[in-house]
Design a protein around this ligand. Structure first.
Ligand SMILES: Cc1cc2nc3c(=O)[nH]c(=O)nc-3n(C[C@H](O)[C@H](O)[C@H](O)COP(=O)(O)OP(=O)(O)OC[C@H]3O[C@@H](n4cnc5c(N)ncnc54)[C@H](O)[C@@H]3O)c2cc1C
Length: 307
């Protein structure tokens, strides 16, 4: 069985930063991801808030990060991790492909979250090119344009307030009524460029090469159908943490991982970083910061086992 000082699960910004720091701390590192390295930034058309690279396409930033990881001699493998087994000073990482098992002294979990999707007609066509899941990231692209937000919870309402200050016309379409904090809902409803359509089902996203609108239907008896023209759509229908494979470690709290300031979980030798942990702001810059801290402390942990 292949053995490493450290295995990092997830090659998004958090995992790749952890890999860079761990390699520079002289650990033998295996970085695993079920998909191409990059995580959520791969689906981002333009990143405008990561320092030092100006405005950059998400996939391009992912490639640059991964090249740096490879330059430092980190081993990468395409694997879907299905479980992590705690054997005290040894952790076994089980993978789906070929039922492979890898051994390490420490593990960093950096598997992020996935935004829930509607799975309706046209969604795949406009993912990252008209449909976004991040207003802080992509909102500025729609300055003076018309935008639809889908969802009515806290994220949807707060991001709508933010977007309404940028865009020309904002339409909020939600399956129920607005369910966010009442003062936030009142603030949104009072904004002059905002229209809210509650109790609606999204039917399809319209357009060929470019998103042109959204068609939806009332869930009330009248079942009225409407089409709203727009240049962009933001979906806020919940986030799905991707740490189910850690269940047996007992480190999950409602699907996500709580860490201390050193990115340690409650399981010695298991660290976590990035969007998968309990935190305030899920962004590339904060994921990288978490990754650096996790690797720094994983290196100290591995060193402590050698003494
Ligand atoms: C559409 C969109 C646009 C965004 N735009 C911006 C922006 O402009 N600026 C910004 O700062 N932030 C932006 N963000 C947020 C940013 O992408 C995230 O904060 C960041 O990617 C989190 O990094 P991470 O490494 O923690 O997780 P992720 O990027 O989610 O990476 C997790 C990785 O883990 C892998 N993984 C998951 N489960 C397993 C498993 N079982 N086995 C193996 N691998 C696994 C996944 O394949 C993935 O590659 C955006 C997010 C979205 C969705």
């Amino acid at each position: 069985m292949a053995q490493y000082d450290l295995i990092i699960v997830g090659a998004g910004p958090a995992g790749m930063t952890a890999a860079i720091y761990a390699a520079r701390a002289d650990l033998s590192v295996l970085l695993l991801d079920q998909l191409a390295p990059g995580g959520n930034i791969i689906n981002t058309n333009e990143i405008q808030n990561y320092p030092g690279v100006g405005f950059i396409n998400g996939a391009e930033l992912a490639i640059q990060m991964f090249e740096q990881v490879c330059m430092l001699g980190v081993e990468f493998d395409y694997r879907t991790v299905t479980s992590i087994e705690d054997r005290g000073e040894e952790k076994l990482v089980h993978c789906l492909e070929d039922e492979a098992v890898f051994s390490a002294r420490a593990v960093i979990i950096a598997t992020g979250t996935q935004s829930n999707r509607l799975h309706c007609e046209g969604e795949d066509r406009f993912t990252g090119n008209g449909i976004s899941w991040c207003a802080i990231c992509d909102g500025a692209q729609y300055e003076g344009k018309d935008v639809v937000v889908i969802g009515g919870g806290n994220s949807a309402v707060e991001e709508s307030i933010y977007l309404a200050g940028i865009v020309n016309k904002l339409t909020v379409v939600t399956m129920f009524d607005l369910t966010a904090d009442p003062s936030a809902c009142d603030k949104l409803r009072a904004m002059p460029n905002v229209t809210v359509y509650p109790y609606q089902d999204i039917l399809e996203f319209l357009g060929e090469d470019k998103l042109e609108g959204v068609r939806f239907k009332s869930t009330k008896e009248d079942a009225t159908e409407r089409t709203v023209k727009c240049d962009g759509v933001f979906e806020y229908i919940g986030l799905q943490p991707t740490a189910g494979f850690c269940e047996s470690l007992g480190i999950l709290d409602r699907g996500i991982i709580t860490t201390d300031a050193q990115m340690r979980t409650s399981m010695p030798g298991v660290f976590a970083c990035g969007d998968i942990i309990v935190k305030q702001l899920r962004q590339v810059a904060t994921a990288c910061g978490d990754g650096a801290v996790a690797a720094h402390n994983a290196a100290a942990y591995v060193e402590s086992l050698r003494k």
